[in-house]
Design a protein around this ligand. Sequence first.
Ligand SMILES: [Fe+2]
Length: 200
Amino acid sequence: LTSGTGDDGTSLSRKRLLELGLALPLPLLLGAGAAPALAATPACDDGDETPEQTEGPYYTPSSPRRRSLLAAGVPGTTLVVTGHVLRTDCRPVRRALIDVWQCDAAGVYDNDGYRLRGHQLTDAQGRWRLTTVVPGVYPGRTRHIHVKVQRPGGTVLTTQLYFPGERGNRSDRIFDPELLVRRVRKAPGRWTAQFDFVLA
Ligand SMILES: [Fe+2]
């Protein structure tokens, strides 16, 4: 296997590629003509923590412990989000706290009770699983879910999750593509998606 060749004809060493942030596998870099497929964005392998975002005005502490926020009288498209809580070295975090709150399909938060609010703990493999409804949108924001994540003994990470392909993502002032849920599948009445949180 030879190394890549720069525009000026000089050989680009693997080390130089790494310096340039182009640490793709060489076969991808050298692939003739074909655009390299995007890597499947495992969030832990670049060492970056999940970005923080504002809590916003609608957090209520002490939500019930439950993995499903579906209840009688909560209409909407079912949404199942699965993923992990990981450290920056990709080790899974067991018993990490995940506290979720969101608006309903009409864009309304329950600020009196705990409708569409709940917390859970990751399992021994650091996995979490949320069953809820696809949140609606409300003025000034794109579609999002609020989350607080905390590993045992760690500080609280407050953030928000977003959905790809939303018109509002372009105009929402705090939208962050790092926080897009991944592998979204939209079947009639049911969406699924994945997201891995990465904690320091
Ligand atoms: Fe919100």
